[in-house]
Design a protein around this ligand. Structure first.
Ligand SMILES: [Zn+2]
Ligand SMILES: [Zn+2]
Length: 140
C-alpha cells in the first residue's frame, strides 16, 4: 500500500509538472521540448515518463494533441477550448487564432454535403513576423 501510494504521489507530481509547463507554453511545444522544460521543474525526470504523462493527459482531455505542418511532428496544447492555428511555413512556429469562422460557412458546408456539421479543424499557414523580417515576405 505504501509503495502504491508513493507511486501515485510521484505520478501526480509528474502530471502536475507537465501540465504546469504546458500551461505556461504558448508555442505548442513538441514532446522533446516539453521534456526539456519539465527538467527545469522536476530535475532528472526521464523522457519516457514525460511522454507517458502526455499520453495520459491527452487521454484525459486535459491537453490537445496537434499534428499541423508535418504529420509526424506532434505538438501539445494545454488550451483545450475550441480554437484554430496558424503555422509558419518556414520555421514551423504555431500560433493560436481566435477569429470566428462565420456560421454561413458551416451552413454552406451542411447544405452542399447533407451533413449535420458538428465541428471543424482549421489551419492557416503563412510566414510569421520573424521569418518575414529575416527573409522578406516572399521566399528568395
Ligand atoms: Zn517563421
Ligand atoms: Zn493552440
Amino acid at each position: 500500500v505504501r509503495a502504491a501510494g508513493t507511486l501515485a504521489g510521484r505520478d501526480t507530481a509528474q502530471r502536475r509538472a507537465v501540465l504546469e509547463v504546458l500551461r505556461r507554453s504558448f508555442d505548442h511545444p513538441t514532446a522533446a521540448e516539453i521534456h526539456a522544460r519539465v527538467l527545469g521543474v522536476l530535475p532528472g525526470v526521464g523522457a519516457a515518463t514525460v511522454y507517458r504523462t502526455l499520453r495520459l493527459l491527452v487521454d484525459g482531455a486535459a491537453v490537445q494533441e496537434l499534428r499541423l505542418r508535418d504529420e509526424t511532428v506532434i505538438r501539445y496544447d494545454a488550451n483545450t477550448h475550441l480554437h484554430d492555428h496558424v503555422v509558419c511555413e518556414i520555421c514551423g512556429v504555431v500560433v493560436d487564432v481566435h477569429a470566428q469562422v462565420p456560421d454561413t460557412v458551416t451552413t454552406a458546408v451542411a447544405r452542399h454535403t447533407g451533413f449535420d456539421i458538428t465541428g471543424y479543424d482549421l489551419r492557416f499557414r503563412g510566414r510569421c513576423p520573424s521569418c518575414i523580417s529575416n527573409h522578406g515576405p516572399h521566399p528568395a
